[in-house]
Design a protein. Structure first.
Length: 217
């Protein structure tokens, strides 16, 4: 359950975000600290990032970064949950690789709506990692959810699985595109990606197609 920040804390966090994006880190930090004291989980995530990067007058400090990521995650911040998952998946902040913990945090972040965590959880299912049984059906479930939120890497993963066929795609969806891939590629990558994404996600996909085209082929 997400801990709600007080209105004043939320306003400070938003002001801090604007300064952070403008790379005015030293001005942003006190606003984030104040917002964090008010219970704002996203402000805690930004403090973690600043320790991780060593900006805003802070020394690069893995221990402090990890502590603040944990505080933010405990407060319900989905990005912090995902960052903890990444820290176990691609070891950093002093952690050792632990796929089970990575899956735990990816699942929490995915359940909180983080599309990158959904994609990573799908990949874990696809590859049978982190104590999960290899399960293409579950992989597709999570790739679909992430794709519906506009995550291009999830769309690419879906397209690849669709081409391979298998139990993850029932016959009602269509058929693998081995036979039409080459002519569509020759016609242009837009035609190929448009067909795949439309086949997988439905007709109303033009915004998603325009995103994924820049990532694929």
């Amino acid at each position: 359950m997400k801990v709600s920040a007080q209105p004043a804390g939320r306003a400070q966090e938003e002001a801090g975000m604007r300064l952070f994006k403008a790379k005015k880190y030293e001005e942003a930090l006190p606003l984030f600290r104040s917002a964090a004291r008010s219970g704002d989980a996203e402000a805690k995530e930004y403090i973690a990032l600043m320790y991780s990067r060593g900006v805003g007058g802070l020394a690069n400090d893995d221990k402090q970064a990890l502590a603040w990521f944990q505080k933010a995650a405990d407060g319900g911040d989905a990005r912090a949950m995902r960052d903890l998952g990444l820290s176990y998946d691609q070891p950093r902040h002093g952690l050792k690789k632990d796929d089970v913990q990575a899956v735990f945090w990816y699942r929490r972040a995915a359940s909180a709506g983080d599309r990158i965590a959904m994609t990573n959880l799908g990949w874990m299912y696809q590859n049978g990692r982190g104590g999960l049984r290899q399960d293409d059906v579950q992989a597709v479930v999570w790739f679909r959810k992430a794709s519906a939120l506009g995550e291009p890497h999830a769309m690419i993963n879906l397209a690849g699985m669709y081409e391979q066929g298998g139990e993850a795609f029932p016959k009602t969806i269509g058929r693998p595109l081995f036979g039409v891939k080459k002519p569509l590629q020759e016609a242009g990558k837009n035609a190929y990606v448009t067909l795949i994404v439309t086949e997988l996600l439905g007709e109303d996909t033009s915004p998603l197609v325009s995103v994924v085209i820049t990532y694929t082929l």
